[in-house]
Design a protein around this ligand. Structure first.
Ligand code: ATP
Length: 199
C-alpha cells in the first residue's frame, strides 16, 4: 500500500487545483522557504481527519482555506483528495485504489468521501486503523517530533512505540466500550430511581 496521488484545491497556499502523482519509492519535495512544502504534509494530515487547527499551524479550521493574496481573492472552500494503492488489500475494502476526500466550507461544515461516496470520519478512521496510516499512526513525523521522542521520558516513549505498533484500534474500541458502559450504568441508576419512586 502506498500513496499514489494527492489532489489539493483551495487548501492553504494552493488556490488552484494541483495534482501530484507518486510512485512506490522515496519521494523528495524541494522548494524555496515559504513555497508550500509543509502545506503538502498538512493537507495529508488534514484529509486523514486532523481536527486540531494548531497541529495544522493555524488557530481555527477556517485557516486551512486559501485566504487570498494581494493579487488573488480568497476562496470559499478547501478540498483535498488522497489516493492510496490498495492492491495488497491491506485496507478491508474491495477496491484496488482508495480515494479519501475531505472538503470544508467557511461556514465550518466538513464533508468526507470514500471513493466519491459521502461517508463519516469514523468510516475513514476504521478503514485506516490497521494500516499504520492515520493521524495518530506516526506515519507523518512533523518537524521537531524526533527531538521530542528522543528527549521524552521512558514511559512517554513507550506510549509512542505502543501506538506505532498498532494498538490504537484496541484503545479506541476500549474507550468506546467504556463510554457505552458508563451510559448503561447511568441508565440503570435512572431505572433504579424510577423503581424506587413506584414502590
Ligand atoms: P519552509 O521551507 O520555510 O518550512 P515551506 O515550503 O514548508 O517553507 P509552508 O510553510 O508550507 O512553506 O507555506 C507557507 C506559505 O503558505 C506562506 O507563504 C503562507 O502565507 C501560505 N499560507 C498558509 N496558509 C494560507 C492560507 N490559508 N491562504 C493563503 N496562503 C497561506
Amino acid at each position: 500500500m502506498y500513496l499514489k496521488r494527492l489532489e489539493i484545491q483551495g487548501f492553504k497556499s494552493f488556490a488552484n487545483k494541483i495534482e501530484m502523482q507518486f510512485d512506490n519509492g522515496i519521494i523528495g519535495v524541494v522548494g524555496p522557504n515559504g513555497s508550500g512544502k509543509s502545506n503538502i504534509s498538512d493537507s495529508i494530515r488534514w484529509v486523514l481527519g486532523e481536527q486540531s487547527p494548531k497541529s495544522l499551524r493555524g488557530s481555527k479550521m477556517e485557516d486551512v482555506i486559501f485566504a487570498g493574496t494581494t493579487t488573488r481573492k480568497p476562496v470559499g472552500m478547501a478540498e483535498v483528495s488522497l489516493t492510496l494503492d490498495n492492491t495488497s488489500m491491506l485496507m478491508p475494502i474491495d477496491y484496488g485504489e482508495v480515494t479519501i476526500t475531505r472538503r470544508v466550507y467557511r461556514s465550518g461544515e466538513s464533508e468526507y468521501y470514500l471513493n466519491k461516496s459521502s461517508c463519516r470520519l469514523k468510516d475513514i478512521r476504521e478503514l485506516l486503523m490497521d494500516t499504520g496510516i492515520g493521524k495518530e499512526g506516526y506515519s507523518i513525523i512533523g518537524q521537531g517530533k524526533i527531538d521530542e521522542i528522543l528527549s521524552s521520558k521512558p514511559e512517554e516513549r513507550r506510549l509512542i512505540f505502543e501506538e506505532a505498533a498498532g494498538i490504537i484500534k484496541y484503545k479506541t474500541r476500549r474507550d468506546e466500550a467504556e463510554k457505552k458502559l458508563n451510559a448503561t450504568r447511568e441508565n440503570l441508576l435512572r431505572v433504579a430511581d424510577i423503581l424506587h419512586e413506584l414502590e
